[in-house]
Design a protein around this ligand. Structure first.
Ligand code: 7XF
Length: 398
């Protein structure tokens, strides 16, 4: 099923499915095999040369993984998608497939900590220039585009402070300068449930599928989605030769299972998040709430334009008393759990400056708008009123 007009759940449940003609199993079997046999040497040769379709070796492709790739491609409105062993595997496989020595990457300065680290300390060792800017300011994007720019890289909403950038405006501006520059958007926080960067003009979407796409906190995985040509490069160069970040068929199966309830989960996540954000916004213990659904968010209008079904379930905030009070709040929570990661059924709380963004120096954190006292919440699937009650009792203790 590839009809673009079908709904999100229908797509997540049906797109890409293969019929098991041998045993009539309803769910896709896990093809737990590293290699695939050939009837003849000639057949193997043809498959290696790309003259004949079929699976050869799981680092190059696997039937179970191929089904979940089709589902994620459909959800993102992409021609194709490549599954990877982690979100960082997706990001590095995409970037290694596009960038080369002598080229420039423009990246937002507010990114997930290890993405920042890869750009600031990893790929920059290999002759690739990386310029960190604020992509929510289009003038900064314009001022930094150069003849050798090959990628503009951003997250929106950004981890951890939910900064919003205008994807349509950025893609239009970048492509008017040079249509070959790839605009890459990490869509992990928003998910394709509410935001499809490719439909807004971006070239590549990357995901940590460890989060909402799998949704159950039991898998590390990632995806790259984009044109068939680019995904072929990501598979044949980025994943096959540069990173080797291949998703295993067992993980692909878990993601397939998680996707069956993707839309239902996202609806509940968003409903709960709205309740919590409104509660935090009114609390006199809280000095600032970062949630794109609040009108007080500086780019609320841009978020409303590009996030079609709501504003996500991630938020961060600062409490009166700064870092010490923020830590006290986290430690006082009973239902919500102190853990990094996001998009799980459980509500999770963490302290970005010492955890997910500890790869930033103190000066870099300040520059990226990540305060020492910032507390980040991933709102889960529990009953919303129970999450609010737990947050209230913890705030009452500071
Ligand atoms: O390689 P991973 O599957 O862990 O994904 C990396 C990644 C990529 N993009 C974004 C926007 C992410 O948030 C992540 C992972 N973030 C977790 C977090 O912020 O809690 C990692 C825990 S250290």
């Amino acid at each position: 099923m590839t009809d673009k007009n079908i709904g999100i759940s229908t797509m997540a449940i049906h797109t890409g499915n293969m019929r098991d003609t041998q045993y009539h199993a309803l769910t896709m079997p896990i093809y737990q095999s590293s290699t695939f046999y050939f009837d003849t040497c000639e057949e193997g040769g043809r498959k290696f040369a790309g003259q004949e379709d079929g699976f050869v070796y799981t680092r190059l492709g696997n039937p179970t993984t191929a089904v979940v790739e089709k589902k994620v491609a459909a959800l993102e409105g992409a021609e194709a998608a490549a599954a990877t062993a982690s979100g960082i595997g997706a990001i590095t496989s995409a970037i290694w497939s596009i960038a080369s020595a002598g080229k420039q990457i423009i990246a937002d300065k507010t990114l997930y900590g290890c993405t920042f680290s890869f750009l600031a300390h990893g790929i920059s060792k290999y002759g690739v220039e990386v310029k960190f800017i604020d992509t929510s300011d289009i003038e900064q994007v314009k001022a930094n585009l150069k003849e050798n720019t090959c990628i503009v890289y951003l997250e929106t909403p950004a981890n951890p402070n939910l900064k919003i950038a205008d994807l349509e405006l950025i893609a239009k501006t970048v492509h008017a300068y040079n249509k070959d520059i790839k605009v890459i958007c990490d869509n992990t926080f928003a998910t394709p449930y509410t935001q499809q960067p490719l439909s807004l003009g971006c070239d590549v979407v990357v995901h940590s599928a460890t989060k909402y796409i799998n949704g159950h906190g039991d898998v590390i995985a990632g995806f790259v989605a984009g044109s068939a040509e680019l995904i072929s490069q990501v598979k044949l160069v980025g994943i096959k030769d540069m990173t080797g970040a291949v998703l295993g068929p067992q993980e692909a199966f878990y993601i397939m299972r998680g996707l069956k309830t993707f839309e239902l989960r996202m609806q509940r996540h968003f409903e709960n998040a709205k309740l919590v954000a409104e509660f935090l916004d009114k609390s006199d213990k809280v000095t600032k709430v970062y949630y794109p659904g609040l009108e007080s968010h500086p780019n609320h209008n841009v978020a409303a334009k590009q996030m079609k079904r709501g504003f996500g379930a991630m938020m961060s905030f600062e409490v009166k008393g700064g870092k010490a009070a923020g830590m006290k709040f986290c430690n006082a929570l009973k239902l919500c759990t102190i853990a990094v990661s996001l998009g799980d059924a459980e509500t999770l709380v963490e302290h970005p400056a010492s955890m997910t963004h500890s790869t930033y120096s103190a000066a870099e954190l300040a520059e990226a708008g990540i305060s020492e006292g910032l507390v980040r919440l991933s709102i889960g699937l529990e009953n919303g009123e129970d999450i609010v009650a737990d947050i209230k009792q913890a705030l009452d203790q500071i």
